[in-house]
Design a protein. Structure first.
Lengths: 117, 110
């Protein structure tokens, strides 16, 4: 299957700072990327959908001004957690899909663990 | 909201078959049934998907009920590496969104 990478794999930051997480599709062009958040012992929660070259679509209850998403190219999407607070500590996971072919499978990255002190 | 129902946990012994059930009584005609699994501290991994007919791949088999209101993921011979949380998901064909439910935590004992 296709490979999706995330960077960094883990990050620790101070409260009030901003953190950027990158999601890259390594061997295919991703027309759509999704961002999820997962708290300990819970399921994944979809945060937003981003399409290359257009504004992200956020799920209900997700603050778009706090979680800035940029999908500037077909292989890169970034999630910036602005003014992070301890309650933003979580496992952030991206996925990517392509319109190539009849069925556009979704491939997940390995996740980024964010800890806000 | 998640549109599937799965047992919270299941157990199996190594090298035995495992049948993981999923109910999706509100499935629409165009919803694909997907199964992903997630190992601790990793992103989800695709397992299998299907629409109406049963499906087989190198990882598992997917048995879909005739009315499509339920499905079963079959691991033919469980290994310790199969211990994970297994998610049954109906994919929204309009938005391609995957809405994860609570999944089934599979424990495999040697």
């Amino acid at each position: 299957g296709a490979v999706v990478s995330q960077h960094p794999s883990r990050v620790i930051c101070k409260s009030g700072t901003s953190v950027k997480i990158e999601c890259r599709s390594l061997d295919f062009q991703a027309t759509t990327m999704f961002w999820y958040r997962q708290f300990p012992k819970q399921s994944l929660m979809l945060m937003a959908t981003s399409n290359e070259g257009s504004k992200a679509t956020y799920e209900q209850g997700v603050e778009k001004d706090k979680f800035l998403i940029n999908h500037a190219s077909l292989t890169l999407s970034t999630l910036t957690v602005t003014s992070a607070h301890p309650e933003d500590s979580s496992f952030y996971i991206c996925s990517a899909s392509s319109l190539a072919g009849i069925y556009n499978e979704q491939f997940f990255g390995p996740g980024t663990r964010l800890t806000v002190l | 909201d998640a549109k599937t129902t799965q047992p919270n946990s299941m157990e199996s012994n190594e090298e035995e078959p495992v049948h993981l059930p999923c109910n999706h009584s509100t499935i629409s005609g165009t919803d694909y049934i997907h199964w992903y699994r997630q190992l601790p501290s990793q992103g989800p991994e695709y397992v299998i998907h299907g629409l109406t007919s049963n499906v087989n791949n190198r990882m598992a088999s997917l048995a879909i009920a005739e009315d499509r209101k339920s499905s079963t993921l079959i691991l033919h011979r469980a290994t310790l590496r199969d211990a994970a949380v297994y998610y049954c998901i109906l994919r929204d064909e309009d938005t391609d969104k995957l809405i994860f439910g609570t999944g089934t935590r599979l424990q495999v004992f040697p």
